[in-house]
Design a protein around this ligand. Structure first.
Ligand code: ZN
Ligand code: ZN
Length: 219
């Protein structure tokens, strides 16, 4: 699965994750990607080690050292649970990565979708308010409204795929969009596309109707 992922997290995100400074919604995105991507997980572990080195050699009397398996520890912190709790049963067929299942309370069946029109559904996940995390379901072949971004929008595909001006994104791929990117994502025709989308500022839609809808839907 991992070798198919083409669009990865950048170093800034991995460093932010290692140092624990990301908003909860972005942490969740990183944790979800790391659970599907060996390549980014290896890079993340090297940042964890680097952080530990800096703390060990710096004047760090007041700073708690990073633990060995920082990835597991961070996931456990996101869970709000202890580090050494009994591992959840493996769900090889699950669509949602483990960190997301913890937020949703299960896999796809447990998602409480709300329709936002044209067959598109969303479920906002309970994270801190600094950034928003939502699951999106875009029917096969459907285009999302053309939009730009004020802040950063990260979208990771969990099922199906989408195509936009930046490329083709399938399971595990992450698109990182900022104010430079103006795009119209279109879901692949073969399967409904389910994504995790994280934003730190409202999107900028071009049409009037989406603009009005946006106020109600917190997009
Ligand atoms: Zn990756
Ligand atoms: Zn976008």
């Amino acid at each position: 699965m991992t070798d198919k992922i083409k669009h990865h997290l950048n170093d800034a995100l991995l460093m932010g994750y290692s140092s624990g400074i990301l908003p909860e919604a972005f942490n969740l995105m990183v944790a979800a990607h790391l659970s599907l991507c060996d390549e980014c997980r290896a890079r993340s572990e090297s940042f964890d080690a680097l952080g530990g080195e800096i703390l060990d050699h710096g004047n760090a009397c007041d700073v708690a050292p990073l633990r060995g398996s920082s990835f597991e520890a961070t996931l456990a912190l996101i869970d709000g649970g202890p580090v050494n709790e009994t591992p959840a049963p493996a769900m090889p067929d699950a669509v949602l990565p483990k960190p997301l299942r913890d937020y949703v309370g299960g896999d796809l069946d447990a998602i409480r979708w709300k329709s936002i029109g044209m067959g598109v559904k969303q479920a906002i996940l309970p994270t801190s308010k600094t950034a928003t995390a939502r699951l999106l379901l875009i029917p096969a072949g459907m285009a999302m409204p053309d939009h730009g971004h004020r802040g950063t929008e990260m979208t990771m595909v969990l099922q199906g795929a989408f195509q936009d001006e930046d490329g083709y994104f399938a399971r595990g791929d992450v698109e990182i969009a900022d104010s430079d990117l103006h795009h119209t994502p279109v879901a692949d025709i073969h399967e409904d596309c389910i994504c995790l989308a994280v934003t730190d500022a409202p999107l900028q839609f071009n049409g009037l109707i989406p603009k009005i809808a946006q106020r109600f839907l917190r997009i």
